[in-house]
Design a protein around this ligand. Structure first.
Ligand code: GLU
Ligand code: ZN
Length: 289
């Protein structure tokens, strides 16, 4: 094997067509580039994750016939995240931020994507310990530096996380590890060499590479961000359509082959809305890589 790729759903709902398309890209990339496949359940946010969703991820993947080489569930290895936090803390890179959501909105500029660009107000806190019983998140001091990275589909990017989002939270006010932090720690610890995921997360890549460098990994994974499923008119799926789960179709008697064919059609990977076996669907996607 020449590396390891991961499929990393969040168990905050049932899998839908968007997940199915991502899974096809991951399995296709694994076949094309000879990679091991790791299933990672991203339940870092314990306020949103639910056991029945975790169970259904395993069941749904099995129903379609997706096999993986290894798997992990974030909440089962809390020490990994504590250790990474300590590593950053010992370098003086972590600080508490007491800003309320209202303050964050009022006091900071926004990026073109509407994201708050945190200006570092709490970085220079005179005496952070004095306030430590107040609600706070933990932020990472991210270098003010351009990250150069390449996407196998989208090409080259030069992005400075300080201009995209500023210092970002690694643990939220409720004590939950953030997606950005958990994903970096796991991509390092699990030896992930290839990241294939939807274009909606592309914006997070530069900050993840910067954070991985602070955690000691200099060579980032190889990235590919794939187009998302769209509706018949070529528009992004509505919330309602995205909420429609694969298991609803399955319970209604729709076959796995029908669903695989439909998602490939909706992603403009095949011209007709016809049934495809898992093997065929993976081949269709692999041809595009
Ligand atoms: N857990 C994320 C999601 O379900 C995916 C994270 C990633 O692939 O980096 O949207
Ligand atoms: Zn602050």
């Amino acid at each position: 094997m020449d590396g390891k790729i991961r499929f990393a759903p969040s168990p905050t709902g049932y899998l839908h067509e968007g997940h199915l398309l991502s899974a096809l890209y991951v399995w296709a990339a694994a076949r094309k580039w000879n990679l091991q496949i790791h299933l990672r359940i991203e339940d870092h946010d314990q306020s949103r994750a639910r056991p029945e969703y975790i169970k259904s991820i395993y069941e749904d993947l099995k129903w379609f016939g997706f096999r993986f080489d290894s798997d992990s569930i974030q909440s089962k290895h809390p020490k990994r995240f504590e250790k990474a936090l300590q590593k950053l803390h010992s370098q003086g890179l972590v600080y508490p931020c007491y800003c309320s959501r209202k303050q964050l909105e009022a006091e900071n500029p926004k990026s073109s994507t509407g994201e708050v660009i945190y200006q570092g107000k709490c970085r220079q806190q005179a005496n952070p310990e004095a306030m430590s019983d107040q609600p706070h998140c933990l932020r990472i001091s991210i270098p003010n530096k351009v990250v150069h990275w390449h996407d196998k589909f989208l090409g080259d990017f030069d992005e400075n996380p300080q201009q995209q989002c500023g210092d970002f939270p690694i643990r939220d006010r409720d004590g939950q590890w953030t997606y950005q932090f958990a994903v970096c720690v796991d991509d390092i610890d699990e030896g992930i060499t290839h990241v294939v995921r939807g274009e909606d997360i592309r914006n997070s890549t530069a900050r993840q590479i910067a954070l991985m460098r602070l955690l000691g990994r200099d060579v980032p994974p190889i990235y590919l961000h794939h187009p998302l499923v769209v509706d018949a008119a070529g528009k992004k799926l509505s919330k309602r359509e995205r909420a429609h789960s694969l298991r609803q179709d399955r319970d209604a008697g729709v076959s796995a082959e029908k669903l695989l064919g439909r998602v490939c059609h909706r992603a403009s990977l095949v011209a007709q809305d016809t049934s495809l076996s898992l093997e065929e669907a993976i081949s269709v996607v692999a041809d595009k890589l």
